[in-house]
Design a protein around this ligand. Structure first.
Ligand code: PHB
Length: 541
C-alpha cells in the first residue's frame, strides 16, 4: 500500500534506508501521532493521522498495548505510562539528571525561582530536568519539551558550538517554519527576530559565558542561563537556567542579582561531574525473559502481534546507566536479538534521528580488537510521549487499573492517601452493581476506622500480613480489604482496596478471591509508578 510505504517521521528528508524495519517505523509514527494529538486518538483517528490501513493500525496498537506503551480505553488508543521507559533509557544513559538534579532543585529552593537543565537537540533545546515553582503567572515546560534555540537563553550558548552545517540546518528550518509550528510546546512566534540577531546572540554568549531570554517565548517570561561543561571534553554537557517572570525580575535584574549565584551553582555541578563515580551498568532487559515474552505474546495475540515492532522497541531499552554507548554486538547481547535484527533496528532509529553512531568516546575503554563504532540515544527519544506522560499523578496511573479490578471482581475499588489521621480517597472505580458502596473522590474518613487507613497507618499486625481486612467499619454491613501501594523506593504512598456489602462474600472469600486480584492490581500500579517516577516527581494526589 503506497501510503504505508511512504510513512516517514525522519527529521530531514533523507531517503529511507533499504534495511529500515517498516513495522518499527510505523510503530514510531503511531506513537508520534498520538503524542501530537495529546495522548488519545480513536482507531479511525489514527488511521487518518497516519495514513495506515485500519488492519495495520489495529495490529500496531495491539502490539504497543501488549508492551504497556498504549492502553485501549473503550474505543480509544491512549498513551500509557510505561512508554516513559524509552525516555528513561535516554536520561539514565545521559546521567546528567542523576548527577545534577538535586543541585538544580536546591538552587530553585534557595532562589524561589524555577531552575531547569536543558541539552542541545539539533537546532533546538530540550529539557532534561525541571525544578518548577508553582505560580499563577508562569508557563512551565516539561522534561522532554523541545524549544527553538533562538527563542531561549540556553539556545545561543549551544549555538556557540554549532558547525556551519548546524547553522545551515537552523536557517532552513527558520525559512520553512517561520511561526515555530514544529514546536508545539511554545506559542507561535509573533514578531520574528532576524537570523542575524541570533547569530549575534550566539557570538555574545560565547564571549560572556552566559545568556538571557528577555521575553522571547512569551510576554513576562525571562531566563538567564549558564553552560555546564563536560570536564572530559570541555564541551557543553547541558545548560542550567533560572527562569522568572517580569513581575518579579526583569531580564537585566536576573543578570545582576541571580547570575552570580547561578554561576557558583554551575561550578558546583561541574565539580560533581568531575568527581562522579563511574556509571554502574544497570541491569538491562533480560534476553531470556524477552524471548519468553515474545513467544507468549505471539501465542496469545497471533497475527495481531507485530514481532518486528516489539523487538525493535526493546533495542531502545538496551541503553541506560553505564550502557550509554553500545556496539552492535552489545545491543544484540543485551536484547537477545540476532545481530542482523539488532542492526536493522539501529539503522531504522538512526534514520529517525533517535540514535546516532560514531567512534567510541575516548573517555571509554576500547578493548583491543573490538570494533569501536558505538550507538548512542539522542534527546529526540524524549519526544516519544515523555512530556505528555510526565504530567501524570498516582490517581491517574491507578484509575484504569482500579477500573479493571472493579470489572473483574464486580465490586468497587478505591485508592486513598493519608492526610493527618484521616484518609482521603484519590481514585475510585464503581462496581457494575446497582447496590454498590457509594464514596466519591475527595471523601475523607477517620483512618483508623477503614482498611485503607489501617494499611497507611502501618498498623503492625496489618503490616506483617500485608493487607487489612475490616468488617462493618464506617458503615454497618460493609466489608473491605486493602493493600499498600509503594513508590519506587519501597515507601508506602497509598493504599488500594475493594469494598463490598458483607452479605456478598465472607471474610475468608475476600482473602481467597479478592486479595490476589487486589495485590496484582497494586503491583501494576507500582510498576507504572516506578517507570513514571524514575526522573519525574509523580504527584500523589
Ligand atoms: C525554562 O526552564 O522553562 C526555560 C529556560 C530557558 C528559557 C525559557 C524557559 O529561555
Amino acid at each position: 500500500m503506497p501510503a504505508e510505504t511512504s510513512l516517514d517521521d525522519a527529521p530531514a528528508g533523507a531517503a529511507v534506508p533499504a534495511e529500515a524495519v517498516a513495522p518499527l517505523m510505523r510503530g514510531i509514527t503511531v506513537l508520534n501521532r498520538l503524542t501530537e494529538a495529546g495522548g488519545t486518538l480513536s482507531p479511525s483517528g489514527l488511521e487518518r493521522a497516519t495514513g495506515l490501513a485500519r488492519a495495520t493500525v489495529d495490529r500496531i496498537t495491539a502490539t504497543l498495548a501488549r508492551m504497556g506503551y498504549v492502553r485501549l480505553d473503550g474505543r480509544d488508543v491512549v498513551l500509557a505510562p510505561r512508554l516513559m521507559e524509552l525516555g528513561n533509557a535516554y536520561l539514565a544513559a545521559l546521567r546528567l539528571p542523576d548527577l545534577l538534579a538535586a543541585r538544580a532543585d536546591a538552587l530553585a529552593d534557595e532562589l524561589d525561582e524555577s531552575v531547569s537543565l536543558a541539552v542541545g537537540d539539533r537546532d533546538g533545546i530540550r529539557f532534561i530536568h525541571q525544578a518548577t515553582r508553582r505560580r499563577a503567572m508562569s508557563l512551565s515546560f516539561r522534561i522532554g519539551d523541545l524549544l527553538p534555540a533562538e527563542r531561549t537563553a540556553p539556545g545561543p550558548l549551544f549555538a556557540s558550538e554549532w558547525t556551519e552545517e548546524d547553522w545551515r540546518g537552523w536557517r532552513a528550518r527558520r525559512a520553512a517554519d517561520p511561526e515555530d509550528r514544529g514546536f508545539p510546546a511554545v506559542p507561535p512566534r509573533e514578531r520574528g527576530g532576524t537570523d542575524g540577531e541570533f547569530e549575534a546572540r550566539a557570538a555574545q554568549a560565547r564571549s560572556d559565558g552566559w545568556a538571557l531570554d528577555d521575553e522571547l517565548i512569551e510576554a513576562g517570561l525571562v531566563a538567564v542561563s549558564v553552560p555546564v561543561r563536560d570536564p572530559a571534553t570541555g564541551r557543553i554537557a547541558c545548560v542550567a537556567s533560572v527562569v522568572s517572570h517580569t513581575s518579579r525580575h526583569t531580564a537585566a535584574d536576573l543578570r545582576d542579582t541571580l547570575l552570580p549565584r547561578l554561576r557558583s551553582a554551575v561550578a558546583d555541578m561541574e565539580r560533581a561531574l568531575r568527581d562522579a563515580p563511574a556509571a554502574r551498568p544497570a541491569p538491562g532487559p533480560q534476553p531470556s525473559g524477552l524471548a519468553a515474552w515474545t513467544g507468549a505474546s505471539k501465542q496469545e495475540l497471533g497475527r495481531e502481534f507485530v514481532e518486528s515492532l516489539a523487538r525493535g522497541l526493546t533495542v531502545l531499552t538496551a541503553f541506560g546507566e553505564g550502557r550509554a554507548a553500545l556496539t552492535l554486538t552489545e545491543v544484540a547481547r543485551a536484547t537477545g536479538l540476532a545481530r542482523a535484527t539488532a542492526r536493522r533496528a539501529l539503522i531504522t532509529y538512526e534514520h529517525l534521528g533517535l540514535v546516532v553512531s560514531g567512534p567510541r568516546p575516548a573517555a571509554e575503554p576500547r578493548p583491543a580488537g573490538i570494533p569501536h563504532r558505538v550507538f548512542v540515544l539522542t534527546p529526540r527519544v524524549l519526544s516519544l510521549g515523555f512530556p505528555l506522560l510526565s504530567r501524570t499523578s498516582l490517581p491517574r496511573i491507578a484509575g484504569p487499573h482500579l477500573a479493571d479490578l472493579a470489572a473483574r471482581v464486580h465490586e468497587s475499588a478505591s485508592l486513598a492517601v493519608l492526610t493527618g489521621d484521616e484518609i482521603q480517597y484519590t481514585a475510585r472505580a464503581a462496581a457494575d452493581r446497582v447496590m454498590s458502596v457509594d464514596i466519591t473522590v475527595g471523601t475523607r474518613l477517620p483512618a483508623a476506622a477503614t482498611s485503607l487507613g489501617r494499611v497507611l497507618l502501618a498498623d503492625p499486625e496489618t503490616t506483617a500480613r500485608g493487607y487489612a481486612l475490616l468488617d462493618e467499619e464506617w458503615e454497618e454491613g460493609l466489608r473491605s480489604i486493602a493493600v499498600p501501594v509503594h513508590d519506587r523506593t519501597g515507601r508506602v504512598v497509598a493504599a488500594a482496596n475493594v469494598a463490598l456489602h458483607a452479605a456478598r462474600r465472607t471474610a475468608e472469600e475476600c482473602v481467597r478471591d479478592i486479595l490476589p486480584e487486589l495485590r496484582a492490581t497494586a503491583g501494576r500500579i507500582e510498576g507504572e509508578m516506578a517507570v513514571a517516577g524514575r526522573f519525574v516527581r509523580v504527584a500523589l494526589h
